[in-house]
Write a protein that binds this ligand. Sequence first.
Ligand code: FAD
Length: 404
Amino acid sequence: MEKTQVLIIGAGPSATVAAGVLNKKGVSVKIIEKESFPRFVIGESLLPRCMDNLEKAGLIDEVKKQGFQTKNGAKFIDNNNVCDFNFSDQYTDGWSWTWQVKRADFDYCLAKAIEDRGVEIEYNTMVTDVEFFEDGKSITTVSDKNGNSKQISADHIIDASGYGRVLPRLLNLNKPSDFPVRTSLFAHFKDDLRHEESEGDRITIIVHTQEIWIWIIPFSDHTTSVGIVGSPEDIDCYDGSANEKLQQWIDKIPELKKRFGSMPTLFDARQITGYSAAVSQLYGKGFTLTGNATEFLDPVFSSGVTFATESGALAAELVAKNLNGENVDWEKEYADYINKGVDVFRTFVTGWYDGTLQKIFFTEKENELMKKQICSVLAGYVWDSSNPFVKKHKRALKALSNAI
Ligand code: FAD
């Protein structure tokens, strides 16, 4: 039987950041990945906080070499009203920029960098079962594309399987999300009509109605990701294939029609429905859940990869400490910390769909300090308790909305 100290399920950014941190600490790691890379996954607009985690894992220099599109902010548009956040104009002392990436390239670059450091990634291999023992050690059964199975023994498992949610499924830890089922229809378009200066270096979110919004995420190769999000009833109001539905949405919205109406897509449009998910616990004896294998709220503030890397890095630090014989208070040091950040975004996502944030973003009575504080939340700095929109997120948003 193969043996490793830490077995990581999945090779997305949560996994590779965790592997990077463990590898730096001299812990032996093995990654099992179901697909072959590069593979498509959605989640293309990063947040500045992500950069701290890539740095912690020793991966940022490799990403810098790829020439990804830099992202300096986020722009929200509602008819003629525009609210533009520049990450250089924020309250928390942190990164003022990040990247917009095609995830196939980004995740592949991270995975190759980890392999170059000696971590083995077994592609085309799927985790099918895990048996845990009383001391937390485990035996994982994996199966390759040809149906050959084998077993791997590990001291600890980090489940970074994203939408696969391997341990939540096997251990019955899945919980329904607080949010209603929403759907998203998207594709990558050629983007020859982009205004580089105003549209190139940030994500643009267009408010169509309070419940329906569109993302525009430009990449450095003059292609752009466009997606529309809303309830399944709203988004599926058109007939036809995903491509035909997306085209009808593009034609309906003047800003989109002008820029993308006659542009080809790079692949057939895709649709994902019901992606919000939660879990009853983030860790257990011998395992830690990270990234999208935990809770995923909503795509509106692009927080997914930031939480994936934050939880991956922290889980790895704590696992290394544990393997070194030190005591870890997983509830306090891991679950409480991660949940604190998730709760800030939960308030913001709720406030987006109930109209509170849209009111705040598009007010004429802009308050400079509060805009900076909100900007830091949108940059992913959701653990800075000196920021009132972090420390008392619910109350701060409500008070500001009432004042407006
Ligand atoms: P993943 O990147 O999903 O990686 C998990 C890996 O595990 C996969 O490669 C998978 O093949 C592998 N795996 C699964 N099952 C198994 C198994 N049984 N055995 C072995 N391997 C397995 N986030 C952002 O930050 N910015 C955005 O702009 C953004 N937009 C989004 C838009 C939409 C519509 C949605 C739904 C999500 C969006 N997200 C965004 C969220 C983002 O997709 C995720 O948060 C992010 O990909 C999570 O990374 P991860 O490393 O946890 O998992």
